[in-house]
Structures are given as C-alpha cells and as structure tokens.
Design a binder for this molecule. Structure first.
Ligand code: AMP
Ligand code: MG
Length: 405
C-alpha cells in the first residue's frame, strides 16, 4: 500500500499551474497575481476638493468670523466631473463639490458648513489656512509605484485599486478547470423519485462545491451509469477544456467498477489504481487522459461520500491551491487533546470526523468511522489525523487535527 504522503506527492506533481494570463478585473477575484502591478497613473489623479464648499485663496479668508463674515462673489460652480480648466481670481470664490477639480490659484476649500451656502456670493464665517481640505494629486499613489505584489490574492480592495488606476485587466494565475463525474447505476438526481435500490446522487454537488471552495472552477458536472461506453462518451463530451477530471465511485475491488474497467484494471491506459494506507479513502487512482484540448489529469476517488470528500481534502484541495499559488494550501493543523479513548486500524492513517473546541484545544470524534456517514461530516469542524502505526489512542492524548472551520 502507498502512504498518504506518497500519494499526496504524486497527485500534486500531476496538477500543474496554468500559464499566467491577463483577465478582466471581474474574473480575477480570488486569484493570485502573476506579476507586480506598477501604477501608471497618480491617485488622486488631480488636485481636488475633499469637501463640498468653496475654493478660495486662503489669505482671502483671513479674519472671517460668524459675526464679521468675509463675503466673496461666487464666480464659478464646479460639480464633480467638470472637465474644463478653471482659474480662480483673487477675492472671488468658486463653489466646489467633493472630488471636483480644484481651480488653478485656489489654495484652500472652505466647507459649506462654515458659510451661508450662497450661490451668487458667499459669506465665509471661518478662515482656512493654505492646503486645507485639498486632496493633492499623487498623495495616495505616485506614478511608477509598485502598488501590488506578485502572489497577492485579488480581493475586493485590490479590484478597487486596480480600477481606480484605470486597469481593465490583471495578470493572474488562472483557475484550475475541473470536470466532476459521478458514477453508479444506482444514482438518481435529487428531486426525482427513487425506485427500490436507488439512491440520490450526492457526490457531484459536494465535490463541485469543494472544487469551488478551493478556488478552482467547475467546467461541468455529470453522472454516468456503470457502463464503460457511457462513461467514455461523457469524457469525450466534457473533458476537452479541463485541466483535471475528478471521478467518484467505480474504483473498488468488486464487479461493475466502471472507472477501473474503462481504464483497464491493471492500469494500462495511463491511469494507475492504487491502495493508499488510509481510512476512509483506500482505493485511489490517477493518471493522464488524452482530450481534444490536449490532455487532462484524472483523479479517481472512491464512491462512498465520506471517502470522496476526505480524499478531496487530503489529496486534491492542497494540490489545486498550490497549482493556483493560493495561500494556505493545507488546512491549518492544530494540536488538541482527545476527550475520549479511540481505536484505529493498524497500518492505516485514519481521518475521523471530529468537533474541535478551539478555545480549550480539545477534540472529540464525531460519528462512526465508516465512510457512508455523511451526516456527521456535514456538521464536523475538524478531521482527527491518527497516524498509521497507532491502534489505540487513550483519552488525554494530544493529536493532530485538521481545522475545517
Ligand atoms: P463504489 O465506489 O462505486 O463502489 O461506491 C461505494 C458506495 O458509495 C456505494 O454505496 C455507492 O452507492 C455510493 N456512491 C457512489 N457514488 C455515489 C454518489 N455519487 N452519490 C451517492 N453515493 C454514491
Ligand atoms: Mg459504484
């Protein structure tokens, strides 16, 4: 049997970063920048008013008080967006709004609150010193400044900055494109009615959700019956534009194992099937398949829902995030004290669903170890990571826990 670490390594090696591309801002959120970003523009772009008020020469307001206001004629009205270039004459004022361009010659803005708000002339009730309420061009960003660094993740604030600098695109490491295929003749789409022996198909929506949560893109989701021809035609139909194909089911030791049968049980067609020393998630497979787009990596997960999602957590989430240069490819690993005694299978690394009490650093298993108990996984906040060689864990033992919260 292959160790978990070895299989993690092999999977990670087959999931490679796509070449950097420039994408429209709206498509870049959540991705890592492929390059530093250098500002080509000053921010603010031009000297402008920080307040709604009156642009003046500061010295023209000297001595103004509520009792003895300075009264100036209002020569211009400057709303935000006015594009003609204006000059302020001495002993006059321009009414000006926040963000509007400061006229040449103005050295201060008097906020409207300190005036009578006049339109033809204005009574100014308090003086303002030079530079007051003016936002200077370039005081936020000088042209030529490196404002964003390669590897930084595009957040809403990054989007705002890039847009303010007039950029329509950002250079990013693109999302991995993932096709998710469920297999099983017993599977029925949720919402349809079940006949005896049928169950609802739950892996594809779950794995597609996990793919998106990892930051990758789902190109298509499909379900095949346990029929090699049908499985093959789904691959033909959907695999062209993806980097990774994730299948679930059909890789165990029984009959009707459609994924194994499609690629040859002995792994002759570029896909190898291996046993990994873990529980859940022992039967695994991976390889490369030829597609119209050139080729894609395929990772074949076991069908039991808990096995499928735990396998995704252990092998695929870290590999996908690494390939997209995203931070924290691994879930945070924490140490916590076990509140009970547990047994664990010899020779297998066991990942048990658990509830982690973060504050007390204590952890309790949650639900049985068997791999069809999806209910518990849905409300667990951690995975207990019990090493291969451990068969009994006493209450009070410190264990490693993967924090899913
Ligand atoms: P398999 O790996 O195909 O032998 O499936 C193992 C178990 O997981 C069986 O009980 C299947 O019915 C179940 N299973 C496989 N695929 C799915 C799926 N997509 N949704 C729900 N259960 C599944
Ligand atoms: Mg099956």
């Amino acid at each position: 049997m292959r160790s978990v670490e070895e299989h993690q390594r092999v999977v990670a090696e087959m999931i490679r970063a796509r070449p950097a591309v420039a994408v429209p801002l709206a498509q870049s959120q959540g991705l890592a920048l492929a390059d530093d970003v250098v500002a080509r523009l000053a921010l603010p772009v031009f000297d402008n008013s920080a307040m709604d008020g009156y642009a003046v020469r500061a010295e023209d307001t000297t001595g103004a008080t509520a009792e003895r206001p300075v009264v100036l004629p209002v020569a211009e009205d400057i709303p935000a967006g006015r594009t003609d270039e204006l000059t302020l004459q001495p002993k006059t004022a321009h009414r000006i709004m926040t963000g509007a361009p400061l006229p040449a010659g103005a050295t201060a803005v008097v906020p409207v609150e300190d005036t009578d708000g006049g339109v033809d002339s204005v009574a100014i009730r308090a003086p303002r010193g030079p530079g007051k309420h003016i936002r200077r061009a370039g005081e936020d960003v000088a042209p030529g400044t490196t404002v964003l660094r390669k590897g930084q993740v595009v957040t809403p604030a990054v989007l705002g900055l890039a847009a303010a600098l007039g950029m329509a695109e950002l250079p990013v490491i693109p999302r991995q494109r993932v096709l998710v295929i469920s297999t099983g003749s017993e599977l029925v789409v949720p919402g349809d009615s079940l006949r005896p022996g049928q169950i609802y198909e739950s892996n594809s929506i779950m794995l597609a959700g996990a793919v998106r949560e990892a930051g990758a893109e789902v190109t298509a989701v499909a379900t095949a019956e346990d029929d090699v021809a049908q499985f093959g035609s789904l691959l033909d139909r959907y695999a062209a534009d993806c980097d990774l194909i994730i299948t679930s089911g059909g890789v165990s030791a029984g009959a009707y194992e459609v994924v194994k049968d499609a690629f040859g049980r002995e792994g002759g067609q570029g896909v190898e099937f291996v046993k990994v020393a873990m529980q859940p998630g022992m039967p695994q497979g991976l390889g490369r398949v030829r597609t119209e787009g050139g080729g894609a990596t395929i990772v074949t997960l076991p069908g039991n829902p808990v096995s499928a999602l735990v396998s995704f957590e252990v092998f695929l989430r870290p590999a996908l995030r690494r390939a997209m240069c995203l931070p924290d490819p691994e879930r945070p690993h924490r140490s916590a004290v076990l509140t009970e005694s547990l047994t664990s299978p010899r020779g297998k690394r066991q990942f048990r669903r658990a509830i982690l009490d973060h504050d007390a650093a204590r952890v309790t298993s949650y639900g049985p170890p068997a791999s069809h108990h999806l209910r518990w996984l849905a409300s667990a906040n951690a995975l207990l990571d019990i090493p291969e060689d451990v068969v009994e864990v006493a209450e009070g033992t410190e264990l490693q826990v993967w924090d899913l919260s």
